[in-house]
Design a protein around this ligand. Sequence first.
Ligand code: CUA
Length: 165
Amino acid sequence: MNTKMHVDSYERNWMIFSAVMLVLFAAAVSVAAFGLGIQVPAPEQRVDPKTVATDPNSPWSNPGLREVSPGVYDAYILAHAIPNWEYLPKEITVPVGSKVTFYVTSADVQHGFKIQDTNANFMVLPGQVSKLTITFKEVRTHNFICTEYCGSGHGIMYGAVIVTP
Ligand code: CUA
């Protein structure tokens, strides 16, 4: 009895190709995560979008920058379309080298949050908090914009991170 399984060379080549692709994809994901520091923004916590801007216990009732230790900041950003399309605050200023963790949420509809020339680019959903940490290594201004269509004022929804010496 012949126990050797016959695999057509055409089929075998595709099996090898598939295995090689799996290794390449795993390598690409590892390089992106550990080499380039690309993070997947995970939902951080849930909030009530009806009270997130007004509840005195909510950090978004007083949005802005908090210094947690020298050079390390938390930035609470509120996106809203009512009464007008904007981020609160519209601008934050940090010294160069600062490590800033953004906590962004929406008080009404779905928005986006993309900071120019960084890997921050995520959805901002009412009821959820999106979190991402960025270290600002250059003295410059990074504009941020809304990347999800959120109504007639979508195009004027922007702000800036100003990095000072
Ligand atoms: Cu907010 Cu588009």
